[in-house]
Design a protein around this ligand. Structure first.
Ligand SMILES: Nc1ccn([C@@H]2O[C@H](COP(=O)(O)OP(=O)(O)OP(=O)(O)O)[C@@H](O)[C@H]2O)c(=O)n1
Ligand SMILES: C[C@](O)(CO)[C@H](O)COP(=O)(O)O
Length: 236
C-alpha cells in the first residue's frame, strides 16, 4: 500500500536581522506577549494537517532554548543554519528527510512572518491538490511601479503581472532539494524557494493571501505586526 503524502513546515530562523538592527535577531523580539518566531510556528503546530516542523537555527543562537515555548516540543525538529536563507532551507530539508519522504510537501515559512492567517494557510494547502509543481502565497502589487535608471524613471511597468512573494512556499521535499542543489551548483543565492524551483524551468502557482502576512524586516514592521495581530484577534 502507498504511503499517504504528508505536509511539513520548515521555519528558517537563522538570520541575524541586519536591516532591523536590534541587538536580538528580530525573530526573538517580543510581539503580543510571545516571541515573533512562536507566532510563526504556532500556525503550523496548531494545524491538524501538518505532520511536524523543522526550525533552522543559527550556530550562535543563544535565544531559542530560553524564549521559545516550542523549544522542547516533540513535533519540532532543529536544524543548523547556513550563511544564506537558501542554505538554511537546504539544512532544514535534510533534517526533515529523517521523517518525511521525497513526495511529502514542505511548507517553508519565514520565522519573521508572525501574522499568517489560518484561512490563508488552508487556501495554500487546498491549492496543492491541483498544483503539481507547488505554490506560494503572494499579494498583487497595489502601487504603480517604475523601473529606474540612475535615479530617473526609465519606464512604468504594467503592474497587473507583478506580485509580492510571501511565505509559506510549498514544494515536494525532493523537488525543492533538487532545485536548491541546482541553484547552489550555479553559484546562485536565491532569496526565496520558488526562485530555485523556477531555475528548473518550472512555474509555481501564486495563491493570493491577505496583505497582513508581512515579514518583519525593518523596525517599523514590528508595531505594524502587533496591530495586524490585534485586528485578527478582534475578527476571530
Ligand atoms: N542565513 C539565513 C538568513 C535568513 N534566514 C531566515 O530567513 C527568513 C527571512 O529572511 P530575512 O528577512 O532576510 O532575515 P534576516 O536575514 O535575519 O534579515 P537581514 O537580511 O535584514 O539580515 C528569516 O526568518 C531569517 O531568520 C535563515 O534562516 N538563514
Ligand atoms: C522568502 C521571502 O520572505 C519572500 O518574500 C524573502 O525573499 C526573504 O528575503 P528578502 O531578502 O527579505 O527578500
Amino acid at each position: 500500500m502507498g504511503h499517504a503524502v504528508r505536509h511539513w513546515a520548515l521555519i528558517p530562523a537563522a538570520g541575524v536581522g541586519r536591516r532591523f538592527g536590534a541587538e536580538v535577531p528580530k525573530q526573538y523580539l517580543s510581539l503580543g506577549g510571545r516571541p515573533v518566531i512562536d507566532h510563526a510556528i504556532a500556525a503550523f503546530v496548531e494545524h491538524p494537517g501538518i505532520a511536524g516542523c523543522a526550525v533552522v537555527l543559527g550556530s550562535d543562537d543563544g535565544w531559542w532554548s530560553d524564549v521559545s515555548a516550542y523549544a522542547d516540543h516533540p513535533s519540532v525538529l532543529r536544524a543548523p543554519g547556513g550563511a544564506e536563507r537558501c542554505y538554511s532551507v537546504r539544512n532544514g530539508l535534510t533534517a526533515l528527510a529523517a521523517r518525511a519522504t521525497d513526495d511529502d510537501w514542505v511548507l517553508v515559512h519565514d520565522a519573521a512572518r508572525p501574522c499568517l492567517r489560518r484561512a490563508d494557510l488552508d487556501r495554500l494547502l487546498d491549492a496543492l491538490r491541483e498544483e503539481p509543481v507547488g505554490a506560494l502565497l503572494a499579494v498583487p502589487i497595489a502601487d504603480t511601479v517604475k523601473r529606474a535608471d540612475a535615479g530617473q524613471v526609465a519606464e512604468t511597468l504594467p503592474r497587473t503581472a507583478l506580485w509580492r512573494a510571501y511565505t509559506p512556499q510549498a514544494f515536494r521535499l525532493g523537488l525543492l532539494r533538487r532545485a536548491l542543489e541546482y541553484a547552489q551548483s550555479q553559484d546562485l543565492v536565491v532569496t526565496d524557494d520558488a526562485s530555485a524551483v523556477e531555475l528548473l524551468g518550472l512555474q509555481p502557482a501564486l495563491i493570493e493571501c491577505q496583505a497582513d502576512n508581512i515579514k518583519i524586516t525593518r523596525p517599523e514592521d514590528l508595531p505594524l505586526a502587533a496591530f495586524y495581530l490585534e485586528q485578527q484577534q478582534e475578527e476571530a
